[in-house]
Design a protein. Structure first.
Lengths: 442, 100
């Protein structure tokens, strides 16, 4: 029991909740008015560091970025001091470098032409980290700043604010059918297929690939990896695969749909349910016309809400089934609680807070909440924490470990077969939902 | 004699370590050059010819950022949601008028 109480200030999961909620409460009380983000740029790299209002540069982002770095560093340092995981004299200088790597990743991803390809900050931060760790090797002093798990968990608690449950009815019953019926079936199919047919020994990797394929790519992979305490290398592999296939699907799926002359609404719903990241869904949907783009984006949005449910179910399943040895007695409630990744509670609490308290408090107007709290603060902060996490993962991964986890390409086979199943099932359900059961829904 | 051998061994080890370190830095700089080349390629605005580049050209023409991971990162998501709501309302009133 004492250990349980001590974990409130000694455990990383709890500190993720405290730090995440410090930012959330700060945003709700307007203590944190705005979080800076690197801007878009085309030809002039320095324009990414300009604050632009109504097309006019009103200042630069250097001071706000330094303040952001100090704020994140200060809050995480308090946690580190209590947890005693790293000396602050080691953590602080290393964190500054990791933050700079995150800034460079954002800066590359925000080049306008790069963004058209769908190559996000997650890819660039991973690549930069991997480049350092696999050539000169990550110096020991820098490893102190690469606090992957803490950054991921804080990012996930903040992500909870974006998971607004009332959004699931944005497209009525057909949207719900496509996004919420197919997804759990594909997750279960892929998990069983990977475990029982392909005999992949690394179960966390299977569930990461399954969640990334069926829910929403990188974000789902991060959430599920943290929920099942996966290794960094598993997340790197899962994210790497989803990033590559997302670009391929964005490029070729709309062309195939146009070629066969499919109904654009059906095509949009199909792409919304299958292409992993929302940006790629919007880009692919736009190829089929205005209506298809909107339907695709909204189906994906409804699917995004599933992240919370999937992460919660995976966390429960892992502590009750996967982590138990064969033949061992079922763990009791206390044991389940002890093993349960507590930050998931912060994630769910943030989602409930915003879905059932903050949005209703503004008269049910999502736009006010999104414009005042989520977009300028929690969403941007969450992006920074994920970017820091990916840079940290890259710094701590090496190609030899990654290659050893590929088990002869089995995870890739899992992705391809799972995605093929996802494509067939989503098309079938979208066809039944939009053209047979609810033909007049849209 | 033994001391001399030990000294020579340490010297060789030191030289080898230096060579490995310099090799690592060479690999690092080659990696930086490759990364810079990759970024420059994607930032150049090039799009593959034919149907392979169709989506990219559409993104360029309509300024569509394809990087958002989640719906909240899409700049015009609220507008997209509003339009879907209007489409659903229009479909409902169409169905009502037909049945009425």
């Amino acid at each position: 029991m004492n250990n349980g109480i001590r974990s409130l200030w000694k455990g990383e999961d709890w500190w993720a909740i405290w730090i995440g909620f410090a930012f959330i409460i700060g945003s709700l009380l307007s203590i944190v008015p705005h979080v800076p983000k690197i801007g878009k740029w085309t030809d002039d790299p320095l324009s990414a560091l300009m604050i632009v209002k109504d097309g006019v540069a009103t200042g630069n982002l250097i001071l706000p970025l330094i303040l952001l770095m100090i704020a994140i560093c200060a809050l995480t340092s308090i946690g580190m001091a209590f947890m005693k995981t790293e000396r602050l004299s080691h953590y602080i200088p290393a964190f500054v470098v990791v933050f700079m790597l995150a800034c460079i990743s954002y800066w590359i991803a925000n080049q306008v032409n790069v963004s058209y390809w769908g190559l996000s900050y997650a890819l660039w931060s991973l690549l930069i980290g991997l480049l350092i760790s696999n050539t000169i090797g990550t110096p020991k002093w820098l490893k102190a700043g690469a606090q992957t798990e803490l950054f991921i968990k804080i990012g996930l608690v903040l992500l909870g604010c974006e998971i607004l449950f009332k959004k699931i009815m944005a497209l009525g019953p057909p949207g719900l059918m496509v996004a919420w019926i197919v997804t759990p079936i594909v997750v279960i199919f892929m998990y069983k297929f990977g475990r029982d047919v392909l005999k992949i020994s690394n179960k966390p990797l299977i569930i990461i690939v399954a969640a990334a394929t069926s829910v929403c790519g990188v974000s789902a992979a991060i959430a599920v990896a943290a929920a099942c305490c996966a290794k960094k290398e598993d997340l790197t592999l899962g994210v790497g695969m989803t990033l590559i296939f997302t670009v391929l699907m964005m490029f070729f799926m709309p062309l195939g749909i146009k070629w066969v002359g499919m109904n654009p609404i059906l095509g949009g719903a199909w792409m919304g349910g299958t292409i992993d990241s929302t940006g790629a869904v919007v880009a692919a949907g736009s190829m089929l016309g205005d209506n298809a783009e909107k339907v695709a984006a909204v189906v994906k949005m409804i699917q995004n809400v599933l992240i919370g449910v999937v992460a919660f179910v995976v966390a429960i399943y892992w502590v009750t089934k996967v982590e138990c040895e064969e033949g061992a007695p079922k763990p009791n409630a206390m044991e389940i609680w002890r093993r349960f990744p507590k930050f998931v509670l912060g994630f769910v609490a943030a989602s409930i807070l915003f879905s059932f308290i903050v949005v209703p408090a503004t008269g049910g107007d999502f736009k006010i909440v999104e414009a005042s709290y989520i977009k300028p603060i929690t969403k941007t902060l969450r992006g920074w924490f994920f970017c820091l996490a990916f840079a940290s993962i890259g710094l701590q991964s090496n190609f030899k470990d990654l290659a050893s986890r590929m088990e002869g390409g089995k995870p890739m086979i899992l992705y391809v077969i799972g995605q093929s199943f996802n494509l067939i099932l989503t098309l079938l359900v979208a066809w039944v939902a939009f053209l047979i059961l609810f033909p007049n829904a849209i | 004699m033994i001391l001399d051998l030990k000294g020579q061994f340490e010297l060789t080890e030191l030289r080898q370590k230096k060579r490995t370190t310099s090799g690592a830095w060479v690999r690092f700089f080659i990696g930086i050059v490759i990364l810079a080349a990759v970024v420059s390629f994607f930032a150049s605005g090039y799009s593959p010819p034919g149907i392979c580049g169709e989506v990219l050209r559409n993104n360029q023409a309509n300024d569509i950022d394809a990087t958002p991971l989640l719906y909240m990162e899409v700049e015009n998501m609220s507008a997209l949601e509003d339009t879907v709501r209007m489409m659903m309302d229009a479909a409902r009133s169409r169905a009502d008028s037909l049945s009425g």
